[in-house]
Design a protein around this ligand. Structure first.
Ligand code: A3P
Length: 323
């Protein structure tokens, strides 16, 4: 079965034919491009992004693997960075009527939404500009690598990330009438690294190594730490972004208001997140499922637990499992 995304003879179509391909989940096919698995409609936008995006020193990029807590981190970063303009405790805050994916857009979609090949002009956006991406670190643009712009990366226990991804993919597949994968089928693919933006170990290691450099370029956060100590992690993030909370802000409850505004319970109940849509095929409600640490125990068999633990130990060389 052919994927016909652009006319034959076209550069992207030829590129597509030259790449290794696997059946995807939640999507029809994944293509191995620049050492990561990529959904074919994103190929063109990613190439356009790599060619055209010019980073500014003040830019902030939220990076992650899908289902690691991206939506939450976008909300926290937006609320923190724009707190002078949008007071976190006020009841007309943007996050109360817009989904975080609208406020902090993905490069993959900014550059995808141009049927007439118009390159989006991002130069006039309010600074600091906030963007996001699931693209691996080495495939970001030179201007991101070379500028002082900052990257915040969020990672999550791979057991929960897989569980979240499986639910998410099944929700999309059923709405798109694609055949759904069993948990076992999806798991085998995941363990082989075949998942959008995967293999997960390469993605994690790319950003992890960058965060270990001296340049203060990448802040590496963990979903689980954010859950247990949201306030502490938020303060760390604000510090990293050069907009630390003052003592006065802390004592007057600004940090608490941001934590509350971005909490799972609050966000899940908003009309925009119950019935709105930020992407063509995904309803906002699918970004808010359980929001818990450790839900994987309800889905993993002993075989799966053993296998993923082994993959993690082998590929990441750290005993990350089952925390
Ligand atoms: P679960 O499926 O385990 O519930 P992403 O934003 O990267 O797509 O990740 C989605 C995961 O983050 C989902 O996990 C979702 O429920 C959880 N999530 C979304 N908003 C959250 C919030 N405000 N606080 C905590 N977790 C959140």
């Amino acid at each position: 079965e052919e994927e016909n995304l652009s006319p034959k003879g076209n550069f992207h179509q030829e590129l597509l034919h030259s790449l290794p391909r696997e059946k995807g989940w939640g999507i029809r096919y994944l293509y191995f491009f620049q050492q990561f698995w990529c959904h074919s409609p994103l190929l063109k936008p990613i190439i356009s992004f790599q060619k055209h995006f010019q980073a500014k020193h003040s830019d902030i990029v939220i990076a992650s693997l899908p289902k690691s807590g991206t939506t939450w981190l976008k909300a926290l970063a937006f609320a923190t960075v724009r707190r002078k303009r949008f007071i976190p405790s006020q009841n007309d805050h943007s996050l109360l009527h817009s989904n975080p994916h609208t406020l902090v857009p993905f490069f993959e979609f900014i550059y995808g939404d141009n049927p007439n090949n118009v390159i989006p002009d991002l130069s006039t956006l309010l600074e600091p500009r906030l963007f996001s991406t699931h693209i691996p670190f080495p495939s970001l643009t030179q201007s991101i690598h070379n500028s002082n712009c900052k990257i915040i990366y969020i990672c999550r226990n791979q057991f929960d990330t897989f569980t979240s991804q499986w639910h998410f993919a099944n929700n999309i597949m059923s709405s798109e009438s694609l055949p759904t994968l069993t948990l076992e089928e999806a798991f085998e693919k995941y363990s082989e690294g075949i998942v959008a933006s995967g293999p997960f170990w390469s993605h994690l290691l790319g950003y992890w190594k960058a965060s270990q450099g001296k340049s203060n370029k990448v802040l590496f956060l963990k979903y689980e730490d954010l859950k247990t100590n949201t306030k502490f992690e938020l303060k760390r993030m604000a510090q990293f972004l050069d907009c630390p909370f003052s003592e006065e802000e802390e004592s007057s409850g600004v940090i608490d208001s941001i934590v509350e505004l971005c909490s799972f319970k609050k966000m899940k109940e908003l009309d925009v997140n119950k019935s709105g849509k930020s992407f063509e095929i995904v309803e906002n409600k699918h970004f808010f499922r359980k929001g818990e640490v450790g839900d994987w125990v309800n889905y993993f068999t002993p075989y799966m637990t053993k296998k993923l633990s082994k993959v993690i130990e082998e590929k990441l060389d750290i005993p990350m499992a089952e925390s």
